[in-house]
Design a protein around this ligand. Structure first.
Ligand code: XMP
Length: 518
């Protein structure tokens, strides 16, 4: 439980609800997203929000069982901002009228012009006589509720901005949280200022609170933390170590599928630099033995996941008296999203994680990053003094190089892959492109091709370079390297890495491709 003023976002299933939380966190306001089904009268009382935002959503207030907040939200006496569907909900409940969107649906860029008098929500907002916004609505408000007045209109939304300033209820038809509403952040800043938030959600404050919370939860008991070398588990480990010292033991399962120098880096940093008790389980033989002759991607993933849990459990059982397992769970993993289809989604890839471990081992969970977004974890890492180069590292998948080696995995291929990958990343760093790219790596292909080097014939592996831009790994586009960069990189890999004589660049976006090859 945080001591900060809290803002509640009631989610009606918009694709961009998470962006509202991002905008507010940037303004140093603590907020949580909860699905409308969960927000009952009792929930509201316990949560005690200082302000509420009603998100957009795909539903229509005319549908049977249309998503609604409890009416008590309007008697809390706190400022409320309704966005898109949230605006329609407000009008519907408070006595206005909503109409189906025949001919008035609006998607994309629109311009709002001021109407009526001054409004605190719009302080400094209108740029000259109009402001660009992003609309995405079918239905629209056709009559505003008693007490409300109009403060902005657009050609297709005569009630683009409405408000009842006395009750501090605000309702907008457009989405201020998206990029295409350029001054959206200003609107949120005005909203939180008029709601009286102090904007004191800083990383320094978070660090101190998180440490106190870990100490209160764990007491003098022991905690085990699985360290992968990734940013999340590393930040969690350093934070917990600061809270409870050597009652934390980290377990680093080295499956022999890490990148060049990676295992050494993790051990040196945590054991030697941070002095955190660390078990380094070197299990390359076990994993590579089990993967021998395996080429099916799902079988690879499941084998690695199963062995990982076996090894982790074995090592953890040696830590006497351990009662807690630390995990680097982030806020996006925790948000319960509103599902309208309700159907099971197709498994594209079985993700490797340790989700089932706590019950299996009878351990309680410590998740100090549960309230943070990825970039906030990075900020916390900086606050804790982790090196910038480490914090900015690209994500690396749990099954490691196994899924960058389509077909059978051999030690020879892994050695070649490690070297080629190191050259590619070195090139990217030398050209100052590392931070513009979400993820970059090499995949070694299960194909040998004929080449000519010097006066001789070669018959070596082909490899594919992969580099993508993405915000969350869910969708991605290939990175537009220059031809010079690609040519230079191909030359370097072929000259410096024995075993590769052909380099290709993968220009598939996601979808239809995925980022990893398997
Ligand atoms: P795909 O290949 O599905 O990857 O487009 C999306 C993102 O997830 C990472 N990834 C994984 N991360 N365990 C992980 O921790 C896994 O099993 C796993 N598989 C893929 C991938 O590197 C990319 O960032």
């Amino acid at each position: 439980m945080t001591h900060h003023d809290r803002l509640l976002i009631i989610d009606f299933g918009s694709q961009v609800t998470q962006l509202i939380a991002r905008r507010l966190r940037e303004l140093r306001v603590y907020c949580e997203i909860h699905p409308y089904q969960k927000v009952t009268d009792a929930f509201l009382r316990d949560f005690a929000p200082k302000a509420v935002i009603l998100s957009g959503g795909p539903a229509s207030v005319f549908n049977d069982g249309a998503p609604m907040p409890p009416a008590s939200v309007f008697t809390l006496g706190v400022p409320i901002l309704g966005i898109c569907y949230g605006q329609q909900v407000m009008m519907h409940i408070l006595g206005g009228r909503v109409e189906r969107g025949h001919g008035t649906a609006e998607f994309g860029r629109a311009y709002v012009t001021p109407a009526g008098g001054a409004l605190d929500l719009l302080d400094g907002w209108f740029n000259a006589d109009r402001e660009q916004v992003w609309m995405s609505h079918g239905d629209h408000v056709s009559a505003i509720a008693p007490g409300f007045a109009v403060y902005g209109t657009s050609p297709n939304a005569p009630f683009a901005i409405t408000a009842d300033p006395a009750r501090r209820f605000y309702a907008v038809q457009f989405h201020p949280e998206v990029h295409h509403t350029p001054k959206g952040a200003q609107l949120y800043a005005n909203f939180i200022r008029l709601a009286g938030f102090k904007g004191d959600w800083t990383m320094g404050a978070y660090r101190a609170e998180a440490i106190a919370k870990i100490r209160a939860q764990v007491g003098d008991k022991k905690v085990i933390c699985g360290l992968s070398g990734g940013v999340d588990s590393s930040v969690a480990a350093v934070l917990i170590h600061e809270a409870i010292g050597d009652n934390l033991t980290c377990v680093f399962v080295d499956h022999g599928l890490l990148r060049q120098g990676e295992a050494d880096e993790v051990v040196t940093m945590f054991r030697d630099h941070y002095n955190i008790p660390l078990i380094h389980a070197q299990e390359a033989d076990l994993f590579l033995g089990a993967l021998d002759g395996v080429s099916d991607p799902e079988f690879k993933r499941k084998t690695i996941g199963r062995l990982f849990i076996d090894v982790f459990q074995r090592e953890a059982s040696q830590i006497e008296g351990a009662e807690f397992l630390a995990q680097g769970t982030l806020y996006p993993d925790v948000i319960e999203s509103v599902s309208f289809s309700g159907g099971p989604s197709v498994t594209i890839k079985s993700h490797h994680n340790v989700g089932g471990l706590p019950e299996k081992m009878g351990l309680k969970l410590v998740e100090p990053l549960r309230e943070l977004f990825k970039d906030e974890v990075r900020a916390l890492g900086r606050e804790l003094g982790l090196p910038a180069s480490f914090i900015g590292r690209h994500p690396f998948p749990g099954p490691g190089l196994a899924i960058r080696c389509p077909g059978e995995i051999t030690r020879e291929k892994l050695a070649i892959l490690r070297q080629a990958d190191a050259v590619f990343i070195d090139q990217i760093r030398r050209h100052g492109l590392y931070d513009d790219i979400w993820q970059a790596f090499v995949a070694i292909l299960p194909v040998r091709t004929v080449g000519v080097m010097g006066d001789g014939r070669t018959y070596d592996f082909a490899c594919a370079l992969r580099a993508v831009t993405s915000v969350d790994g869910m969708t991605a586009d290939y990175y537009p390297f220059s031809h010079e960069f690609l040519g230079e990189t191909a030359t370097r890999i072929i000259n410096e890495v024995p075993g590769i004589n052909r380099v290709t660049y993968d220009i598939t976006s996601k979808p239809p491709g995925t980022i990893e090859w398997e």
